[in-house]
Design a protein around this ligand. Structure first.
Ligand code: GYE
Length: 330
């Protein structure tokens, strides 16, 4: 709808510029003013799922900001399955939405559907997670965090904490969803920093799919196989929280017997940090909605937008969590 009007406006502007008078007639002969629809932007948003506290906060942010921006939002939840996201995107193409936004569950395998959107002239905005498509003209911009940087921050804290340690530091890692950008990048950034000192040993590393239940299950197995775990690095709070249950179940004290670093800083994570069960959290902001709506409007108005928009984020120690908790939005 919005696109049709923009096209008519463009034709009108051109016509005026060419000195053909005030007759804003489009190619098909329809006058611009009677473009048929209203000027409401329709956005199709293909969400990953509802796997974590982060995701819930992200969904809320997108829905609320669409409403505030007067954007008509069509929302779908892919339950962490790429095939469902592809189906949702195809249905948005069929419905001729003005713009498609999505958070790709994994990095690979998007070229075909993105080419379909491009052929239909529907701009695509990536939010939160990246795709590995070589053709970057398949999307207009990518809004989200720098996950490699997050992994590095987690690693840097560890290096500082164990600066005076001379023996081995045994680390277990709970990775996010296999093949997802945050799992790949948080692992890479962390590995790069701790890799500089051979005393840091990642003795086990497995996916917990970003969920609490899987985090607990995998940590249970880690604990059974490895009697001597010093540190847990979990790619999100939810897996860390599941792991805490496993650690307590094994008769150990989380935050003391096993130091825990997580990523996200959602309320439940921050509470566990303030309670001393987690030792450090790297923040990853889910509040992408307002910037997403802003970018969508700009893209549809034909403005140039930066191809990458990085979210600003911080880190939290236990003391900082106590201070931040009362005003935490998510
Ligand atoms: O860290 C995790 C969620 O893509 C940044 O996805 C997001 C991640 C977030 O499930 O909790």
């Amino acid at each position: 709808m919005f696109k049709k009007i923009m096209a008519l406006v463009a034709v009108g502007v051109l016509a005026t510029a060419c000195g053909s008078g005030g007759d804003t007639t489009a190619e098909g002969g329809a006058p611009a003013a009677s473009g048929g629809g209203d000027s409401t932007i329709t956005m199709g948003f293909a969400q990953v799922g509802a796997e974590s506290g982060w995701r819930t906060a992200n969904t809320k942010s997108v829905q609320e900001s669409a409403k505030a921006a007067g954007i008509d939002l069509k929302f779908s939840d892919a339950q962490q399955k790429q095939e469902n996201q592809i189906k949702a995107i195809r249905s948005y193409i069929q419905q001729k939405v003005d713009v498609i936004a999505f958070s790709p569950v994994v990095e690979s395998g998007w070229d075909t559907v993105l080419q379909e959107a491009k052929a239909a002239n529907i701009p695509v905005i990536l939010t939160d997670r990246a795709v590995d498509s070589a053709d970057t003209t398949l999307y207009k911009t990518f809004l989200g965090s720098d996950f490699v940087e997050e992994g590095k921050k987690a690693g840097q804290w560890l290096v500082e904490q164990y600066a005076s340690e001379t023996g081995d530091v045994n680390i277990v890692e709970l990775q996010g969803t296999t093949g997802s950008a945050p799992a790949n990048d948080r692992k890479a950034g962390f590995g790069e920093v701790i890799g500089a000192d051979p005393k840091f040993k990642v003795i086990a590393s497995q996916s917990g799919d970003f969920t609490r239940a899987k985090g607990k299950e995998v940590m249970d197995a880690f604990l059974k196989a490895n009697p001597d775990i010093d540190v847990l690095y979990a790619h999100n709070d939810d897996m860390g929280l599941g792991a805490i249950e496993a650690i307590e179940g094994a008769g150990k004290v989380p935050g003391k017997d096993i130091k825990i670093i997580t990523v996200d800083a959602v309320k439940d994570g921050m509470q566990a940090l303030a309670d001393g069960k987690i030792n450090y959290i790297v923040e990853c902001s889910p509040l992408l909605g307002p910037q997403l709506m802003d970018l969508a409007k700009k893209v549809l108005a034909g403005e140039t937008v930066p191809t990458r928009v990085v979210t600003e984020e911080t880190t939290f120690t236990q003391e900082q969590a106590k201070q931040a908790l009362p005003s935490r939005q998510y």
